[in-house]
Design a protein around this ligand. Structure first.
Ligand code: GRF
Length: 203
């Protein structure tokens, strides 16, 4: 299975996936890493691993549609089976999302449906939840709302700050994301036409 990973920043989730893919038994390979900005830290790391990289700067495009059209053209050059959003900080147009229906997944740093959007760790602390975590989900046109593939949770501790909580959540992101992508690549998890996650072996 071929993966194209989209990033906007440091790319630690992309690294966790790349490290999992290095294992010979892993059913997927990274065909390319594509960033939404040329200064995304993760690009350098990916290039140093010999992974093809590209950057499309969203500010170079007149509209969201124009950016998404160019992005899809770049992605499709690599003929991926799955497109993985790993800290990709752009809202994608319905046209883009539908083009990759059932093949587009995202990781979000909260236990969805709680805390969609930005500043999830601050939101969790402000709300006073006792558990927090991350969610790997299929992407649908509604931001941070797609069918859930996997979640990882962590306790919220006394004295937590958004930064401390982010660090604890990131550690479980690095476990949950490769696990979920592996299930996808093995065909054990699919998106049904009525937008449910089907897990092989479930009744
Ligand atoms: C992660 O917390 C991810 O869940 C969120 O943005 C962060 C990206 O981190 N969408 P990294 O670039 O993978 O290190």
């Amino acid at each position: 299975r071929r993966l194209v990973i989209l990033i906007s920043g440091r790319g630690s989730n992309m690294q966790a996936l790349a490290e999992a893919c290095r294992d010979e038994c892993w059913p997927a390979e990274i065909a390319a890493v594509i960033a939404s900005r040329p200064d995304a830290g993760g690009l350098e790391w990916a290039a140093a691993q010999g992974i093809p990289t590209a950057a499309l700067y969203h500010k170079d495009y007149a509209s969201r549609e124009a950016f998404d059209t160019a992005l899809a053209a770049e992605i499709d050059r690599y003929a991926p089976d799955y497109v993985i959003l790993a800290g990709f900080m752009r809202v994608l147009t319905p046209g883009f999302v539908n083009h990759y229906a059932g093949r587009l997944v995202n990781i979000h740093p909260s236990l969805l449906p709680a805390f969609p959007g930005l500043h999830t760790h601050a939101q969790a602390l402000a709300t006073g939840v006792r558990v927090h975590g991350c969610t790997v989900h299929f992407v649908t046109p509604v931001l941070d709302h797609g069918p859930i593939i996997a979640q990882g949770c962590v306790p919220v501790l006394a004295g937590d700050t958004p930064e401390l909580l982010a660090e604890r959540v990131l550690a479980v992101e690095h476990q949950a994301f490769p696990a979920a992508v592996r299930w996808l690549a093995e065909g054990r998890v699919t998106l049904t036409n009525d937008h449910r996650v089907a897990v092989q072996g479930d009744p």
